[in-house]
Design a binder for this molecule. Sequence first.
Ligand SMILES: [Zn+2]
Length: 238
Amino acid sequence: MSRPRYTLNECVGDPKEWTYTWDIADDVTLSATCDFCGQDGQRLTYEVERNGETLWICQRCVGRYPVSGILDGERLDLRSTRANIHGLTARQKQKTCQDAIRQVQPALPEVTFSEIVVYFERNLQLSPRYAAPLFAAIAQLEERIDPRIFEVQTRSIAHQDEFGELDEAGKMAVWPALTPQQKRRLGSRGFAPISGMPRPRQRTRRESGLELTRSRMSALSEPANLNLGAEDAIKSNS
Ligand SMILES: [Zn+2]
């Protein structure tokens, strides 16, 4: 580990002295940084204020530190403060997803677009069938939007099968939005996309090493494991 995790930045002082402004930033590229603990790669950050100075803090720090909450001039207890943050977060996430969906309207057939909208409004998540065309369209946008802002349903067998029935392009569109756990689950059912694998003729020494590691470890798709494989390959080549 390059730095100790979750250490409070020294300039913060006592977290209780900070108060939420109730402003939330939703970074669709998942690259916000927490001013309290320094963690980057964040989606949601929350503005906090102390004597006119403002910082943005991550969800973990919201749960970890007793930052003050004041609503309509009244000081909330910790539980109400977090409940308020929770409600604001849910609304913000929903709005961000709705905005993202709206952006791809011109790129999708009208029927598909309306079905996606209806499905998302009802579930606040996407089934693989709707995630595939949506994410493919989002990838074409000029503005970068990470598909991980959406939750894809894969818990039920029906949804897993739905993923399994996608064509290769559809699987590839949805795959980056899945959590490592979801990838493992779908991989164990033999549904992982194969297009990401290097083709035999184009293989470099490093890639062939990577693929060996991959098949040995079966159904692995996490970036961490792939990196591990690549490192092994480099070591064995040197
Ligand atoms: Zn933090």
